[in-house]
Design a protein around this ligand. Structure first.
Ligand code: SF4
Length: 283
């Protein structure tokens, strides 16, 4: 496939070097991973310069091998969850004075509990140390393991996020170890059994059609999903799934309008939107 040239609307402006450095140091001093860095998020300059970041639990290597994702895919046995990580995250949140905390993790299919105990411990630690902060959890599917899902949902995060990532027909090419109905089920359980506020997101520009995207939005709206993010897929390296197209701002706006008309309460739709981008604005 031909490599796509980036259009003008994908050019970023850089600013805030001192604030960026201070966020970077604080994260390093606490020995933490962030998805901002591990996933090569294009918004890192903006977010870290404004003193926010998304913490990555359970290490920096993932047992899935999604073809869109820059996080390291692990082939061998991975370290056990790091002791003290919940406390270190909680302390970093306090020092950063975050009013809204976004937590996510690598997928740990190698662990019997999928890492759910570490998730629960982190939510607890962040809440204890930062009682005023709201907590958003962008969780993996835990392979549909109900014990693991319930362990996290019982902690009642303020927002439960699980990304469907793309349209169902592309799953086998883009995220072969995932399952679209299983992802919808994760969100359904959170909404219907725990009455949590639920959020999801997907990337576009991977070869999907507008109708297919709208079909996903219908599915999400049908289970009561309230918050949505849609962003442009960017290829992290030549080994990753190629960009099929750069979706125009007009098309992002069409998706935004369609989602709002379908009942979503908040929709972020634009080239550089990512799951946790400006997340505090939608709580
Ligand atoms: S959008 Fe999210 S992942 Fe990206 S830099 Fe900002 S906080 Fe980090």
């Amino acid at each position: 496939m031909k490599i796509q040239r980036k259009p003008d609307w994908l050019k970023l402006r850089l600013s805030g070097a001192a604030e960026f450095a201070s966020t970077k140091k604080l994260i390093a001093d606490h020995g933490l991973n962030t998805v901002c860095r591990s996933a090569q998020c294009p918004n890192r300059q903006e977010c870290w310069s404004s003193g926010t970041a998304t913490f990555l639990l359970l290490g920096d290597s993932c047992t899935r091998n999604c073809r869109f994702c820059a996080v390291i895919a692990a082939s061998g046995p991975l370290p056990l969850p790091f002791s003290g990580e919940p406390r270190r995250i909680a302390q970093a949140v306090r020092k950063m004075q975050l009013s809204h905390v976004v937590l996510t993790s690598v997928t740990r299919d190698d662990l019997q509990d999928g890492g759910s105990f570490a998730w629960a411990a982190t939510i607890e630690a962040v809440r204890t140390e930062n009682p005023e902060a709201t907590i958003e959890c962008l969780i993996p599917d835990f392979q549909g393991n109900h014990d693991a899902l319930h362990r996290v949902m019982k902690m009642r995060p303020d927002v439960l996020n699980h990304n469907v990532e793309t349209v169902p027909v592309l799953y086998e090419f883009v995220r072969p170890q995932a399952d679209y109905p299983r992802s919808l089920e994760v969100l359904r359980i959170a909404k219907q059994e725990y009455a949590l506020h639920i959020k999801s997101g997907l990337m576009v520009g991977m070869g999907e059609t507008e109708e297919q995207v709208k079909g996903v939005l219908d599915d999400l709206a049908g289970i009561g999903c309230e918050h949505l993010t849609i962003g442009q897929y960017l290829q992290p390296s030549l080994q990753h799934f190629p960009v099929h197209s750069y979706v125009t701002p007009e098309c992002f706006e069409r998706y935004r309008m369609y989602a709002l008309e379908s009942g979503f309460r908040s929709v972020q739709s634009g080239p550089y939107v990512r799951s946790s981008y400006h997340a505090a604005e939608n709580v």
